[in-house]
Design a binder for this molecule. Structure first.
Ligand code: NAP
Length: 521
């Protein structure tokens, strides 16, 4: 099967044989993707000139209804998507749910938000700015949708969630988009977009898709466009550094990799609820999606006196993780997405092992119902590093797989310092029953993290998890994590709007304010 591209209102084949997409358990080829020869300049122009005006003619509430219809279409085809997630990504049922239902859940959230914004087609800040003695002349800030296109470049690990978390915000803002999913897993993105286009629920030019290639995309963007990138820091830097992107001051949001951390409070001794919750969360983060989550816990910091107890508890818990072909009902963890990712994860683990002891994983691992030579498995690998202050790789090498290093800290100040060695991360978590420690740690690490989850026994049943991105809270992180921000409820709309200060007669401004939807961005 050759996956097609959707550009200028048509489904078109790329040239050449394309890049194979494989089943990471059997190694079998399931499709090929190429966008070679596709005119990307024409594709983006069509989005800007046909899709953009159609969307801007709708109100936020109208666009919300459109998101609702997209969601209905996707929900009706869920079984097909789960099958693709199994065959192309090696997902277990839970892994597939995080990706597929994460995507539709985000669409649902933005459908509801649209209802609150109502029948407006621009946004405004609250209040007016007085600038002169004469109160009749004042200023205000409005937010209008960009007149360009969103260019959504995504990583291989979330072909559904990555697609729809960007699409929901872009479409609600009134901005059409061109999606470029990662080639390795683009079959799911393709099927979803094909179903939505076939259902006739979006105006022409609103959604474009290229699968495979797209290496010259940045040469075709303009200052009216907005690039939302998710992937490795290396690719983000390459694309951000494109001469056209720099010269045209193109908006560029980067969601890159990070060495997210979790912190066990000094009060959380073995036997406490917080100790158990921490062990459960770290092992879950290591094994869900076989650790291929940008937010997964890579570094676990624990009080120095209980390092071995924590390592032992994690080792015991990980021993119960059956790893193999997800079609086997007993399997809890699947493979990495392909051989290249397996090689990269094993190389990364080898670098960590120069500074840390390998507690679980290592040689001699046999996946269930799979040939270790052909398949792309990596066993859950827990490492223990006794000297994190003197180590480097544990803070710098992102193993995009089921690996985590547990490390000791002496004082709260040391824990904050170790957290910062990640160079800026997406997510952190703190497990403690001590309110003072919880808030001091949160404030200490916040500047280096986009999100901090604070857990104790009282929120054990309701907390949403270290690695799960919730659409009402911002997603993104400083420094190495890319410096971007996505989602966060209405805040996410900011990226696809221009904020403009309007200065003039107060009664004119009041009329403008009346017609816009007030929102805190
Ligand atoms: P990647 O290799 O950097 O690729 C990301 C995307 O960029 C893919 O769609 C890729 O397309 C595309 N790309 C690569 N070179 C390009 C170029 N020259 N021009 C245009 N597009 C180009 O990352 P990945 O391996 O897919 O994903 C894993 C990484 O993503 C990890 O480091 C992970 O931490 C990070 N990640 C971050 C988040 C977040 O929200 N912060 C979420 C998920 C993953 P091809 O597939 O065709 O190469």
């Amino acid at each position: 099967m050759k996956i097609q591209n959707h550009v200028h209102g048509e489904w078109v084949d790329g040239n050449g044989e394309g890049t194979p997409l494989v089943n990471p358990v059997s190694g079998e080829e399931i499709a090929r993707a190429t966008s070679d020869g596709v005119d990307l300049g024409r594709a983006l122009d069509h989005a800007r000139t046909v899709g953009g005006p159609a969307l801007r003619a709708m109100t936020y509430a109208g666009r919300g209804e459109m998101l609702g219809k997209i969601n209905e279409t996707l929900t009706a085809n869920r079984d097909k998507y789960a099958d693709i997630a199994l065959r192309n990504s090696g997902n277990t049922k839970i892994d597939a749910a995080i990706d597929i239902d994460g995507g539709t859940g985000t669409l649902f959230f933005y459908t509801r938000l649209a209802g609150k914004l109502g029948d407006a087609n621009y946004l405004r800040d609250s209040g007016f700015e007085r600038m002169a003695k004469d109160a009749a002349f004042q200023g205000m800030h409005i937010w209008v949708p960009l007149k360009g296109a969103g260019i959504h470049i995504n990583a291989f690990n979330f072909p559904s969630w990555g697609l729809w978390e960007k699409a929901a915000v872009s479409l609600l803002a009134g901005v059409p988009f061109l999606a470029k999913p990662a080639t390795a897993t683009c079959l799911l993105s393709y099927e979803m977009i094909r179903d939505v286009i076939d259902a006739g629920v979006v105006p022409e030019g609103t959604i474009s898709l290229i699968c495979g290639g797209g290496r010259d995309l940045m040469d075709h963007v303009t200052g009216r466009d907005a690039v939302a990138f998710t992937g490795s820091a290396d690719t983000a830097n390459l694309l951000k550094g494109n001469a056209n992107v720099i010269a045209s001051s193109v908006r560029f949001n980067a969601e890159a990799d990070s060495l997210n951390m979790s912190l066990l409070g000094p009060d959380a001794r073995p036997g406490t609820a917080e100790f158990d919750l921490f062990v459960k969360e770290v092992s879950r983060e290591m094994t869900v999606k076989a650790g291929q989550k940008c937010t997964a816990i890579r570094r676990a910091f624990v009080p120095a006196g209980i390092l071995d107890e924590v390592a032992g508890a994690l080792e015991a818990r990980l021993a119960g993780t059956v790893t193999g072909d997800p079609r086997n009902e007993t399997v809890r963890m699947g493979p990495l997405v392909n051989k290249a990712q397996q090689r990269s994860a094993l190389d990364g683990i080898a670098q960590l092992a120069e500074e840390a002891d390998v507690i679980t994983g290592g040689d001699g691992f046999e996946p269930v119902d799979a040939d270790p030579e052909i398949s792309s498995f990596v066993p859950p690998t827990l490492l223990k590093c006794a000297d994190p202050m003197g180590a480097r790789a544990v803070h710098e090498v992102e193993v995009f797989g089921p690996a985590c290093t547990v490390m000791p800290y002496e004082t709260a100040e040391d824990a904050v310092e170790l957290a910062s060695r990640g160079g800026g991360s997406l997510a952190a978590s703190v497990f403690t029953a001590d309110d003072e420690f919880a808030n001091a740690a949160t404030l200490g690490i916040a500047a280096d993290h986009g999100r901090v989850l604070v857990v104790d026994a009282q929120v054990a049943g309701s907390q949403t998890g270290h690695g799960i991105v919730m659409p009402m809270c911002t997603h993104g992180g400083p420094g190495r994590a890319g410096g971007g921000e996505e989602l966060g409820g209405a805040r996410g709309l900011r990226f696809y709007h221009q904020r403009t200060a309007v200065q003039g007669r107060l009664d004119r401004l009041e009329a403008l304010a009346e017609a816009g939807a007030e929102v805190a961005l």
